[in-house]
Design a protein around this ligand. Sequence first.
Ligand code: ADP
Ligand code: ASP
Ligand code: MG
Length: 413
Amino acid sequence: MALIVQKFGGTSVGTVERISQVAEKIKGFKAQGHDLVIVVSAMSGETNRLIDLARQMQATPDPRELDMVLSTGEQVTIGLLAMALKSRGVPAVSYTGSQVRILTDRAFNKARIQHIDDANIRADLDAGKVVIVAGFQGVDEQGNITTLGRGGSDTTGVALAAALKADECQIYTDVDGVYTTDPRVVESARRLDKITFEEMLEMASLGSKVLQIRSVEFAGKYNVPLRVLHSFKEGPGTLITLEDGASMEQPVISGIAFNRDEAKLTIRGVPDIPGVAFRILGPVSAANIEVDMIVQNVAQDNTTDFTFTVHRNDMRKALDILGQVAGDIGAREVAGDDKIAKVSIVGVGMRSHAGVASKMFEALSRDGINIQMISTSEIKISVVIDEKYLELAVRSLHSAFELDAVNQPEDHI
Ligand code: ADP
Ligand code: ASP
Ligand code: MG
């Protein structure tokens, strides 16, 4: 008998029928004698609908009130799932984040979990109940409702598993595991049996939204056994594990991630003197704009070009700031481009293999795809390219690194 935390995502609880199917599945697990804590998302599309309602009320919704609205999505599903279980004779009880007391900081819309009270949950488990917890939400010290950022139910699941020292955290979704790349984009993508925390963290950070970044961070930090599985199809899914030094068969590249959420800003004719990078990026970070890739060219005639990327939603704001900065430091011009995409190859196998970057660049050049920016770390290489070549680039890298499946993946829900 094990203690298992299971999280079901939005599509898996998207209709009354699906919630009933989930209840049947839980009933089956319960019959095997497991202690179960279930985390659910809002029904698919619901969080978007709530955001839209809020925006109709206030162009930039008040962060506290937005969380008040958003948290209702998950509150509906926990209640419905509890009813579905009770109607099947399975004892169950539902709790919102604040009822459990999933304590977070005060960062509305992107709060971080600080502590979870496990007393009530344990008492209910001891009483034989299935405990259902609303994903994506918590409460701060003052009792304000907070939410954890898009995809945050994954983090609720992993954090609960860590707090309860669960035997496994299972993330049920609409694909049967983590794939070499998004199977919606590349048909020949292949399910991975295993992926390391480190690789999964890179994949998530670089755009693979199958797991929220923080959930992977949490799982790595507390060593929570984490598995991604299909909600309605049997299968082993993908296990996220510690690096396995013994496995010699480690492929060079485990996966390809991509992201269309960024925009590129360039400031040209920047005087090449100490302190300039700070004078450009200081005001950008003071405006709370996160900067991702940064490239500064070698100076010619004592001036240089400086390019960096930010989230697409921040491009306008960043351009305004740069316009100001350009005047102050005597730069020639500023330009913004939001028709870009970032493609990254990820793999711990890169550490022990040479020539990975050149293989990547060769594959892109064969398809005539121009690389605008490059950044690397120990286990990933990212390039910025024209957005219109994104899918082509992902496909061509997928086959260049021999990731293609022999058999096509099965259909998703
Ligand atoms: P849920 O609503 O269950 O949380 P998400 O939509 O957040 O589901 O995550 C599942 C989706 O993630 C899949 O439908 C798939 O399109 C996408 N995805 C992106 N990259 C990958 C990947 N490498 N492997 C599997 N799925 C991926
Ligand atoms: N409902 C939230 C979202 O759509 C959280 C989640 O599903 O994980 O982002
Ligand atoms: Mg998700």
